[in-house]
Design a protein around this ligand. Structure first.
Ligand SMILES: [Zn+2]
Length: 207
């Protein structure tokens, strides 16, 4: 999620990167024929799936939030723990599932959003109204979705190819089951939403 609330930075989403934070300069190396690694790699650089994650310094709420950029670790934690991407408290959950707030793409295909892969962590109920007003992408039309199943299926990140030193050639969403995952430097964790129930944002009760 992005926000234009730079003048009201207290409302910036938990997962946002801040201007005092920066991607750390790193030296990459190639595991011959198998993928990339940090030259000084530590155990914490990879997640439980063996995926390598981008390193960013940690200075939340220092400076201003950076539009459209998430902090890789805060994003990964919120998505993995099913915490609200705005306030980092547990996301709302009922018998119908966990709550997501998404740009309205119902015109894209029938059945949307069943089966979509999303980089958006879920939300809690109190943050729904704030987020739907604050995020430019959501102001154009947002829907709330309860997903009954939401497995972690992929990461989004920089995709590297072999070279004298590994070279990044773009940003890709790569499934955990794809052998190319070893060539990705992840910055977003991706869940796939199933058993979806659509709800109008205005119909969500915060009581
Ligand atoms: Zn929240």
């Amino acid at each position: 999620m992005t926000t234009d609330l730079t003048s009201r930075s207290a409302l910036a989403p938990y997962i946002s990167a801040w201007s005092a934070e920066e991607l750390l300069p790193c030296l990459f190396t190639e595991i011959p024929g198998r993928g990339i690694a940090y030259a000084d790699e530590r155990v914490i650089d990879r997640d439980e799936h063996g995926v390598l994650w981008a390193r960013m310094s940690w200075a939340p709420r220092q400076g201003r939030p950076v539009l459209g950029q998430v902090h890789p670790l805060r994003h990964r934690q919120a998505m993995r723990r099913l915490h609200c991407q705005v306030c980092n408290s547990p996301a709302d959950q009922t018998a119908d599932g966990v709550l997501w707030l998404l740009p309205d793409h119902r015109d894209d295909r029938s059945g949307w959003p069943e089966g979509i892969a999303t980089t958006e962590p879920p939300v809690c109920l109190p943050c729904v109204r704030v987020a739907s007003r604050a995020c430019p992408a959501l102001r154009r039309g947002a829907v709330a979705v309860r997903a009954g199943r939401y497995p972690v299926v992929a990461v989004r990140g920089g995709f590297y190819v072999t070279g004298r030193v590994p070279q990044v050639i773009g940003d890709e969403l790569v499934a955990l089951t794809d052998s190319r995952i070893r060539w990705v430097l992840a910055h977003n964790l991706v869940r796939q939403l199933h058993d979806c129930t659509l709800i109008k944002v205005g119909d969500l009760s915060t009581n």
